[in-house]
Design a protein. Sequence first.
Length: 130
Amino acid sequence: MTIQVVNLHKTTADWNLGRSSSLGNPFKVEGDNLDLVCDVFAEYLFHILLHKESIPADVAVDISLRYHLRISTAYKNPSREEILTLLAEVYGVAKTEDVTIGCYCKPKRCHLDTVKQFLDDRIHRSMVLS
């Protein structure tokens, strides 16, 4: 099954995963820092996935200080459980049918490219192992 990242300015999506969602990118895009913001979102997400004790807001602050980024005022400040639940929800559907996940960056690089890659890898691994 396929996961497509779409621009919510142009179309609707099965899941709005923009900044106000649990999977929103906490880091503010300013000037030409889009690539950095997307790179550090991957660091943020994988830290949360790999460290059960992590508190997403603390991870976001730590990363923002290291990379001199600002945290968006639209950041939802989700719990780790909210992030994992939303990932599991999208994954559960994407295993069996095509889904769209949306933000406002596309066609530019987007934090959802990281989310899509993570989910695609999980789906591929589950197909190979079954």
